[in-house]
Design a binder for this molecule. Structure first.
Ligand code: FES
Ligand code: FES
Length: 149
């Protein structure tokens, strides 16, 4: 058993302490916006925020997330208002199949918090998520648009 705070709500999850956070979020709490891609911290599709930092939840044990504030894509908008990254994504028509996009958006939201006006080099260094549909150019444009918002 573990107690997790996800999107401001407390949840009791019935998993072992070593279970990856991703599975607690998806299978126990039922928030399925966060996706499983590689399971080895390479693709970023499972990215969530833990105490405001982007983490790859497929390799983070539940025990390391207890007592922390976890935010998933479902909790990124606030009070019905989209986060500026979500808005830029819509305006720039970024998604193709969509599978990688929740993780991509969470990674970008954390990047913009740390670096509000990222350069292309900052984006290359900070956003290492993989998109099998190849939306990288649209992602870059949307990041710059969100940075201006
Ligand atoms: S599923 Fe976590 S990084 Fe790929
Ligand atoms: S939009 Fe399809 S994998 Fe990125």
């Amino acid at each position: 058993m573990a107690r997790l705070t996800i999107n401001g709500k407390s949840h009791e999850v019935n998993v072992s302490p070593t279970t990856p956070l991703l599975w607690a979020i998806r299978e126990q709490v039922g928030l399925t916006g966060t996706k499983y891609g590689c399971g080895i911290a390479q693709c970023g599709s499972c990215t969530v925020h833990v105490d405001g930092a982007a983490v790859r939840s497929c390799i983070l044990p539940v025990s390391a997330a207890e007592g922390k504030q976890i935010t998933t894509i479902e909790g990124l908008a606030s009070g019905g208002t989209l986060h500026k990254v979500q808005k830029a994504w819509l305006d720039n028509e970024v998604p193709q199949c969509g599978y990688c996009q929740a993780g991509m958006i969470m990674a970008v939201a954390a990047l913009l918090k740390a670096k509000p006006k990222p350069t292309d080099a900052d984006i290359d260094a900070g956003i290492t998520n993989i998109c099998r549909c190849g939306t990288f150019q649209q992602v870059r444009e949307a990041i710059h648009a969100a940075a201006k918002a």
